[in-house]
Design a protein around this ligand. Structure first.
Ligand SMILES: [Zn+2]
Length: 283
């Protein structure tokens, strides 16, 4: 699940390795990965990489010739740099960029669904691209005061609002559980029901947890970028284990394709929220 910290470390590692390196050839074996046709993918051949950066959960590869690749890893993609060419039998390959230094930048995606995507854009089109122009302010390193920003979202629960990239950019299903636990707020608290202190705690939790994860990755993540990133999660997917703060058993609410975890003692006034999966089975 690449979210802001995972995308940030990917962009940093690739930026250091790719600056100045020339693209030799580009190929998109993924059926649905390439979302644009003008400029064509081949337009980047012969262009040098200017740099690699992150916007929200997107990666931007800036290239000479006023071109850019905008990449979204979605839930199961990785952008990795290998010193060998991909095997044609690697069914995870979505985009292969062969570089003049012999390395290969590879967008790979695990699982059966093909959702990761790439756009080839003119440099000036990046900021105005729909995926970028509609993003809210970045959740790290300096998110805006959250009381007014979230208050405008009305009765929507914090757990959904914080993952809404149009409201605040960078947080997904893993880090939202960590951030809400750190701020000691219920995932189902209304977005327009935050006190000043709660909004400040939430903002601090964003900075602390996302920034802390990036510091952790700076120590442990190296190229080619591992298939499975060592996410320093304490709450998400830790249901049934003791809360690191108060030792209460961490509870979970299961949704169709993800799980939300929280500490009842710290976040919901002791209440264990209804698990929709269980209640459906019991009907
Ligand atoms: Zn606790």
């Amino acid at each position: 699940m690449p979210e802001l910290p995972e995308v940030e470390i990917t962009a940093r590692r690739l930026d250091a390795a790719l600056r100045g390196v020339v693209v030799e050839s580009a190929l998109a074996p993924g059926i649905n990965a390439l979302k644009t046709f003008d400029p064509p993918l081949q337009a980047i051949e012969g262009a040098a990489v200017i740099g690699v950066r992150r916007i929200g959960k997107h990666i931007v590869v800036d290239l000479a010739g006023d071109l850019a690749l905008l990449v979204h890893l979605m839930s199961a993609g990785r952008l990795q740099l290998f010193d060998k060419r991909a095997s044609l039998r690697d069914r995870t390959s979505r985009l292969l960029i062969r570089l003049a230094d012999g390395n290969e930048l590879r967008l790979r995606e695990f699982g059966t669904r093909q959702r990761a995507w790439v756009k080839v854009l003119r440099a000036e089109e990046v900021a105005s691209d729909d995926a970028v122009a509609t993003l809210g302010p970045e959740a790290w390193p300096d998110p805006p005061p959250l009381r007014a920003l979230l208050g405008a979202q009305g009765a929507r629960p914090l757990h959904g609002v914080l993952r809404d990239q149009h409201v605040v950019a960078g947080i997904g299903r893993s880090w939202v559980d960590e951030i809400l636990w750190t701020a000691m707020l219920s995932p189902f608290k209304r977005a327009d029901d935050l006190s000043d202190d709660e909004a400040d705690a939430l903002r601090e939790a964003c900075i602390e947890r996302l920034g802390g994860a990036i510091e952790h990755y700076e120590r442990v993540v190296a190229l080619p970028i591992p298939d499975k990133l060592p996410m320093p999660l304490e709450i998400h997917r830790h249901q049934g284990e003791p809360c690191p703060r108060c030792a209460t058993t961490i509870e979970a609410v299961h949704y169709e394709d993800y799980v939300m975890c929280y500490c009842p003692h710290d976040q919901t006034g002791g209440r264990v929220l209804k698990d929709r999966r269980l209640s459906r089975l019991l009907k």
